[in-house]
Design a protein. Structure first.
Lengths: 312, 647
């Protein structure tokens, strides 16, 4: 582990923490526009998080230690997962950081704890959320793994760092990139619980999945959970952006380079946030038991990429 | 030194078998404690010798006794054998530690001495199977293992359920032995010796047939679907430490057999690998899908064992495929993945069986719907079970992840190498493998949530108490091993001399810890520190009730509906109405039938066929001496004619 890498850890974590709430707000803003409202300010999420931090935490008497450690473990694993996707600067990978399988499983670690915390307070809403989240994550997993295997196959490496910096010889062709970006977009929507899978804006028991799981969280713990969700969104957006358009990524550590990279990343991210918002606004939430057929479509789609790649 | 240690271990285990059997009428605790100390000491010897062999890579062998020239009781301890000896040693030591306390809380007075004796015998048999140097020796001890485990399963022989389970287990295990014996005889006919040595001239028909027969034999023992049915019968009915031994170790002996025969005797074809892979993937996916439906805690663990054995078979299948297509690097990764998962599964599954034994001991029920709230009442047990659950769900940084990671890596990198047809096959298998892996996380969220979290759902669970300390030490060691093998996986492979493409989990764990501590410190400084304990909002009800919680059934309902094609659940509704337009409901009945696919379509037809044949054959047995004399007479005449004709 060299100095560059330690700096990378610091920069990447700070940038992702700073930008994540912005992207969440941007999606909300654009969604509000499409509905003809002016919507909250783009800095609203920062204000909400700050407010939550000043509030007390309420635990249920039936909840165990799981409830108390879940927010910390969730944010820690999501932040470590964030290190796997270079957002603005690509160092040499160290000790398997950037491995695409480990990345997926760090997200799974966070989900595991969140689902347990959902069950911990003994409320039926939490249990419902956990049950749905684990079911959905299970049936989307074949698609996710196929897409990631396709990535590994196309870029000829298992490491996201090498994919982003295009180290491996033989750039993938543009049509392949388009197909991959569509698949990654589907995974982004599913993993971050957005319409048509889940509705991030309601607390209605008929629709909620992710929000149901964190219903019993409060105060600073809730702030951590919300921040973790925002970071996860940003990281998955960053993965999509930097794989498809790695333009502007800094390869050496200079202040100017980093600044330009940050600005470019915010611009690219805002565009993607706009696309996500428009996508969400143009869709209705699917019924829960219609989701498997949606996932089956996504699965065949991603298998198609593989077959095209294998036989071309 | 290795041979001396080995003999010492065997003598200790023999002592552990004989002492309680001699003192069978003495219902004293010390007899059982002495008997169970023997496996612990033997495990120490075995552990030491296997570590030495693993690091040095030396092979040592000796012949104990040679009754005839073709056959001898000889033993060889090489690296592969010592790896499996290590698995046996760790698990048996922890199980014996736990058992020494657990057995005192069991019913059965002095009959428990026999249980302890047979436990030692069972461990001894497994040790001898693994170190056998020739295939006939292998078979003899394999049979000893099968027989001794039968007595362990049927300890509570007065219960009807146990009787049925025992009978089922006995049939399946004898079927397995039969196939293994058949395979060994076929190999003997081919090569002319019982030696475990390469047969040249690969895929001729007899050799392929021998492989298939052996594969079926090992699959029955390992619990590969469709030969898996004995696991969900035998595991819930046997005492928990015995389940831990059987699931943790005995299934691995079948894995050992398969690897040993593939490695040292056969030159596998590509399609053999595809066959093993298909069996593995099917078991992995169906095993976990059935586990999700199971609400008997030990039944669930049994199905989860089927899943994990499936994962190991997947690794073995990949190994065969890659070595048959000349990709030694990938083959090594897959084989290491399979072996490492065998060790890991032995650790976390015996941990889970032991802790679930503690839970059953405390709540007197095996139904997870009657548990709940145990995290407060059994804090240590719940923490240990939790570590097991995280490991088995293949979450970083624990050990289950490290081994599944190796198999995933083999899948991911293989696609660039093998032929297009195999690529498509491997991709399908990869998708199913990932499905099994996440479903098992869902399964253990459900299990841990229903058993330990929220409010107690029954009076027994309300008054449950933490188990004695001796029942925490054994699982504690296993849990520590799970953490160690996960966090230091990369370093351990390095020490043993394999350079595997594992990420440095130690670094990742440090990062996780660092991030957690950092966030905690920042929050401690900046955020509010107030904490209040207040009841969960119950939608207006005056106090929170267990009946309003999400149940285990409810939790798995979405998966149940999504995979309804596999569960084949049949629901029947009959309703009678007061009016003609069917509006006002009068009465009705509803039924839910779980179709046991394999039982109804595979096991029952075969057993019925055998019953029919047996009924016909039994007509010859009328119990009358004259008839039997007639049979003898007819046979003699027939023999004379036969010999006269041909000789």
């Amino acid at each position: 582990m060299n100095v560059d890498f330690i700096l990378y850890i610091a920069i990447n974590t700070l940038v992702v923490l700073a930008i994540a709430p912005l992207f969440v707000s941007m999606i909300k803003k654009v969604k509000a526009w499409t509905q003809g409202r002016s919507g909250p300010s783009v800095f609203q999420t920062y204000a909400s998080l700050r407010k939550l931090l000043t509030k007390e935490v309420i635990y249920s008497p039936s909840s165990s230690r799981i409830m108390r450690i879940t927010p910390l473990i969730t944010i820690a694993s999501i932040l470590v997962a964030a290190l796997f996707v270079p957002l603005i600067f690509v160092p040499e990978p160290v000790g398997g950081i950037g491995n695409i399988i480990l990345f997926l499983y760090l997200l799974a670690l966070a989900r595991f704890f969140m689902a347990l915390a959902g069950l911990d307070a003994g409320s039926s809403f939490g249990g419902m959320g956990s049950s749905r989240e684990m079911s959905i994550s299970a049936i989307i997993e074949p698609t996710t793994i196929i897409v990631f295997a396709a990535l590994a196959f196309v870029f000829k490496t298992l490491n996201i760092f090498d994919m982003v910096s295009r180290m491996a010889p033989g750039l993938p062709a543009a049509p392949t990139l388009i197909l991959i970006s569509i698949s990654l977009f589907i995974i982004l929507i599913v993993e971050t619980s957005r319409i048509p899978i889940d509705n991030p804006e309601t607390h209605l028991e008929l629709t909620m999945i992710h929000e149901g799981m964190i219903l019993e969280q409060s105060g600073r713990n809730l702030a951590l959970m919300e921040l973790a969700a925002a970071v996860k969104l940003t990281v998955l957006m960053g993965l999509l952006i930097n794989l498809i358009v790695p333009l502007g990524l800094a390869t050496s550590l200079t202040l100017i380079g980093i600044l330009i990279a940050v600005i470019l990343f915010v611009i690219k991210g805002s565009i993607l946030a706009g696309i996500i918002a428009i996508f969400e606004s143009s869709m209705a939430k699917k019924r829960f038991f219609q989701l498997p057929s949606l996932f089956a479509m996504a699965f065949f789609f991603s298998t198609l990429i593989i077959i095209i790649e294998v036989f071309s | 030194m290795i041979i001396e240690l080995f003999l010492l271990a065997i003598i200790t285990l023999l002592a552990g078998t004989i002492v309680p059997l001699l003192a069978v009428s003495v219902n004293r605790r010390y007899i059982r404690t002495i008997s169970l100390c023997c496996p612990i000491f033997a495990s120490l010897f075995l552990g030491a010798l296997s570590l030495v062999v693993l690091f040095s890579g030396e092979t040592s062998g000796f012949t104990l006794y040679q009754p005839i020239t073709e056959f001898s009781f000889s033993f060889v301890i090489d690296r592969l054998a010592s790896f499996f000896l290590l698995i046996i040693a760790i698990v048996s030591a922890c199980v014996a530690l736990y058992f020494s306390e657990y057995v005192e809380h069991m019913d059965g007075s002095s009959r428990r001495n026999i249980l302890c004796g047979f436990t030692s015998l069972f461990i001894l048999a497994m040790v001898l199977v693994v170190s056998s140097a020739n295939s006939f020796c292998f078979f003899l001890f394999w049979e000893l293992m099968a027989a001794s485990s039968f007595f362990l399963v049927t300890f509570e022989y007065t219960h009807d359920e146990t009787k049925k389970a025992g009978l089922f287990y006995f049939f399946m295990t004898q079927l397995s032995s039969l196939f293994v014996l058949l395979g060994i005889i076929m190999l003997y006919l081919e090569s002319g010796s019982f030696a475990i040595a390469p047969i040249h001239g690969a895929s001729t028909l007899p050799i392929t047939a021998a492989f298939l027969v052996l594969f079926i034999g090992f699959s029955i023992k390992a619990g590969i679907i469709p030969f898996h049915k004995w696991l969900p019968y035998a595991h819930p009915e046997s005492p928990s430490p015995i389940s831990a031994l059987m699931s943790g170790v005995m299934l691995k002996i079948a894995i050992y057999g398969l690897i040993r025969f593939l490695l040292d005797i056969f030159t596998p074809d590509l399609w053999w690998g595809a066959l093993i892979l298909a069996g593995g993937i099917t078991s992995a996916v169906l095993g976990v899908i059935y586990a999700l439906k199971e609400h008997d805690i030990k039944g669930m663990l049994a199905y989860s064992s089927i899943e994990n054995i499936g994962i190991i078979f997947t690794g073995i299948g990949l190994w065969v495929i890659f070595s048959a297509s000349n990709l030694p690097l990938l083959a090594t990764i897959s084989l290491l993945g399979a072996l490492f998962h065998s060790l890991n599964h032995a650790l976390f599954k015996s941990l889970l069986f032991l802790t679930s034994g503690s839970v059953v001991h405390a709540t007197h029920t095996r139904d997870i719907e009657h548990m709940g709230g145990l995290a407060h009442r059994m804090p240590y047990t719940s923490a240990l079970f939790f570590i097991g659950a995280v490991s088995i769900s293949a979450l970083p940084p624990l050990n289950g992840f490290a081994s599944e990671f190796l198999i995933f890596t083999a899948f991911f990198t293989s696609v660039a190498f093998v032929s297009p047809l195999f690529k498509v096959l491997l991709f399908i298998c990869l998708a199913l493998f990932a499905l099994a892996s996440t479903l098992s996380a869902a399964c253990f969220v459900k299990a841990f949530g229903s058993i330990f979290l929220a409010l107690p759902r029954s009076p027994q669970s309300e008054v449950a108490k933490e188990v004695p300390r001796a029942m925490l030490i054994g699982p504690g060691i296993l849990a520590a091993a799970c953490i160690l093998l996960g966090v230091c996986a990369f370093q351990i492979f390095g020490i043993v001399g394999f350079n595997v493409p594992l990420p440095d989990m130690f670094l990742i764990s440090l990062l996780l810890l660092g991030m957690g501590v950092l966030v905690y410190v920042v929050l401690y400084v900046t955020a509010s520190r107030e904490v209040r304990v207040s009841e969960t909002w119950g939608c207006g009800s005056r106090s929170q009730q267990a009946s309003s919680e999400y149940t285990g059934h409810g939790f798995s309902e979405p998966i149940d509906i999504i995979f309804s094609a596999i569960y084949r659940t049949r629901t029947k509704n009959e309703r009678v109405f007061f009016d003609l337009k069917n509006c006002i409901f009068r009465e009705g009945t509803g039924e839910i039938h779980l179709l046991k696919v394999f039982e109804e379509y595979l096991y029952n037809p075969i057993s019925q066929l055998f019953m029919q044949v047996a009924t016909k054959v039994s007509r010859f047995q009328n119990g009358c001496l004259d008839t039997y004399l007639l049979y003898v007479f007819v046979t003699v005449i027939a023999l004379i004619i036969f010999l006269g004709w041909f000789a």
